[in-house]
Design a binder for this molecule. Structure first.
Ligand SMILES: Nc1ncnc2c1ncn2[C@@H]1O[C@H](COP(=O)(O)OP(=O)(O)OP(=O)(O)O)[C@@H](O)[C@H]1O
Ligand SMILES: O=C(O)C1=C[C@@H](O)[C@@H](O)[C@H](O)C1
Ligand SMILES: [Mg+2]
Length: 255
């Protein structure tokens, strides 16, 4: 049997090699992302995955380490693209929550859904907050939730559809985030949200005319707040995310 200090010396050497390889791996991830950007390739194109052979000892533990490494690689990639948060704004049903979920998975960003924060803080569904306390109370909860995000980093923030009506929310979001406006036609919005009862403003108003009118009332707020605008009609989620990242990266390169 070997002595413990001898084993520890071997472990030290092994750890040094791991550190060197980790640095090399993450630097290659950064190089890959910068190359995709420079050559206008798909920014979300997946890179090779390492598969763990089943017959090695500790295969489950190795898989855990590789999963963490994959996530770290995605974060390195996202840092190459932008160093601010992404705040998604837009009318109900433009896909803010959907796009946010996809970006979170693809770039290992933290995901913050302002509506979900309010539901958690108030321990009540949005439609119940509106019914019990009214819209103004909801808007105050929304402003407090947005203010509390001031230290948030490497995150995708999905805002409620009416968040930009209050100027203070836009000011607070702009301190940490690039603001991306998602748009869709009233017809598209209706087709996406008509089965849901979770949007109190649309309950009893589920028709194109109402959506069109409310959208027109809010248009100035949305367009003024936006750093980037992405139309989402007839596009799938991956296409929208590619466009969004290309536009944000373009913004960064302009600075
Ligand atoms: N690009 C898309 N193509 C087809 N369906 C979509 C697309 N984006 C979102 N959807 C669908 O539309 C519905 C509304 O999307 P989502 O909840 O993401 O909108 P939202 O902007 O977050 O709305 P809200 O402001 O009310 O929170 C969902 O059922 C979602 O699956
Ligand atoms: O557009 C709006 O005013 C709203 C949109 C939702 O995301 C929720 O924030 C709430 O239902 C209000
Ligand atoms: Mg949403």
């Amino acid at each position: 049997m070997r002595e413990l200090n001898e084993i520890n010396q071997d472990l030290d050497l092994c750890n040094q090699k791991i550190l060197e390889l980790l640095n090399q791996h993450l630097s290659l991830k950064a190089e890959a992302m910068n190359t995709k950007k420079a050559r206008n390739l798909s920014l979300l194109l997946p890179e090779q995955k390492i598969s763990v052979p089943k017959d090695i000892p500790y295969d489950e533990e190795v898989q855990d380490v590789l999963t963490a490494l994959e996530s770290a690689g995605k974060r390195v990639g996202s840092k190459c693209l932008f160093d601010t948060n992404i705040a998604l704004i837009g009318f109900m049903g433009t896909g803010k929550s959907t796009i946010s979920g996809y970006l979170k998975d693809m770039l290992a960003l933290k995901e913050v859904d302002v509506d979900a924060m309010i539901v958690k803080n108030e321990n009540m569904a949005i439609k119940d907050i509106f019914a019990k306390h009214g819209e103004e109370y909801f808007r105050t909860c929304e402003s407090e939730a947005i203010l509390s995000l001031k230290d948030c980093k490497q995150s995708v923030i999905s805002c409620g559809g009416g968040a930009v009506i209050r100027e203070e929310n836009v000011t607070n979001l702009k301190k940490t985030s690039q603001i991306v406006l998602l748009t869709a036609s009233p017809e598209t919005i209706l087709s996406r949200v008509k089965e849901s009862e979770e949007r109190p403003i649309l309950n009893g108003n589920m028709n194109v005319d109402f959506i069109k009118e409310l959208m027109a009332k809010r248009a100035d707020y949305y367009y003024k707040a936006a750093d980037v605008i992405i139309e989402t009609d007839h596009k799938d989620v991956s296409q929208i995310c590619e466009e969004l990242l290309a536009a944000l990266t373009g913004l960064k390169d302009e600075v």
